[in-house]
Design a protein around this ligand. Sequence first.
Ligand code: NDP
Ligand code: 2IT
Length: 446
Amino acid sequence: MSSAFVDSVMSTVTSRNPAEPEFLQAVREVAESIEPVVARRPEISRLKIVERIVEPERQIMFRVPWVNDRGEIQVNRGFRVQFNSAIGPYKGGLRLHPSVNLGIIKFLGFEQTFKNALTTTPIGGSKGGSDFDPKGKSDMEVMHFCQSFMNELYRHIGPDTDVPAGDIGVGGREIGFLFGQYKKITNSFTGVLTGKGLSYGGSLARTEATGYGLVYFTTRMLADRKTDWKGKRVVISGSGNVAIYAAQKVASLGGKVVAMSDSNGYIVDEEGIALDVVKRIKEVERGRIKEYLGACPKAAYKDGCDGIWTVPCQVALPCATQNELNGKSAATLVKNGCIAAAEGANMPTTPEGVKIFHDAGVSFGPAKAANAGGVATSALEMSQNSMRQSWTFNEVDSKLHGIMDSIYDQCRDASDSYGLKGNLVAGANIAGFLRVSDAMIAHGVV
Ligand code: NDP
Ligand code: 2IT
């Protein structure tokens, strides 16, 4: 879709941020969605809200030197992009993956701003990470990297300033090392990171939250089609934190997860994926998904990631990485009878893929809304830390469920009120944008 408004936003953002295709993709999608809002609310143009919202408040890039087990010096690049603090302290994950660069962190920070607004908890948007590859590294190497990363990051974060968490390549182990180093350098014990271990201030249900939240959101999408999970074939890409707990919740609601993947290939198990096996391989042994065949020899393994979308299913949950589900894969899913797709990963569906789903009448849950349960529960962890309390698993899970329902309602109501019924992409972007822009307007030109 092209228009004078979108063209004008994109021409400035493109000239300022050349060679950042993921960031430009994320901005274009929001610009397309909010065009009717800008037309209805003239103060947004007058106060240059769109021009301001696409510019990060602060971008930090830094050297991360560390020493590997062979005594060799390694140098990685660290990032923290503090995108928007209109509604609360910056909040968002840290990604450790060799593909990380400034454009990827900016796309994630930009999306995080609107996602966090949708949670209705008081958190701004940020993202960070490094091109460090944790795969094949020893615990000591990961610790040395995390300590060096925090030696710079600590001066930019704080419980009321910016609160990082996990993302790809950052789970409980890494958060522990990062927290330990922050505590040592600053001589303070505060809730400066979320996703912490339960022994030092973490929240019950944070590990499960993104996957569970994704399934709560998708449950509402299915309910709008007068159906539920019972007997549905479900394909979930990835086999990390989000994928595993989405699979667990799907199975508990009567769905059958028949395929999962990692960056090398995918497994198909017609009897339903044995999640205890996946959890052992991925969470305990840090192994590869193809090792599943060792425990479940009747399953099949195929090399390559996108083949997973050729496995027939009614519900598709992409939970690995950006742009992993393209137009061709979406068309295959539609042909095979898929009725709903919801994004556990951030921006996993290409714009062509989204269009094919929309045109085919497939219910589509965009990442900003559908995967917001993780950061929402991070906000609940911050609340518990501030109150020096810990809630039970059920208390946190029921608050998470309520937040996902509210996000669904916001997306549906926003799309309805702009004449875009059923378009949850537009609904999420409009509802998130309005919340952030109202706060920015109230703050004046800052
Ligand atoms: P993990 O590191 O736990 O798992 C990532 C999974 O995705 C692994 O199976 C990994 O395979 C696969 N993967 C990663 N990169 C690629 C790639 N380039 N191609 C194919 N597969 C890939 O991360 P999470 O589960 O935490 O994150 C998954 C997605 O969910 C990301 O998009 C993240 O931004 C998003 N997300 C995460 C939240 C959270 O709370 N953790 C919250 C909201 C969104 P392999 O092991 O082979 O690398
Ligand atoms: O993309 C995301 O929302 C996350 N990686 C979680 C961020 C957080 O602060 O919990």
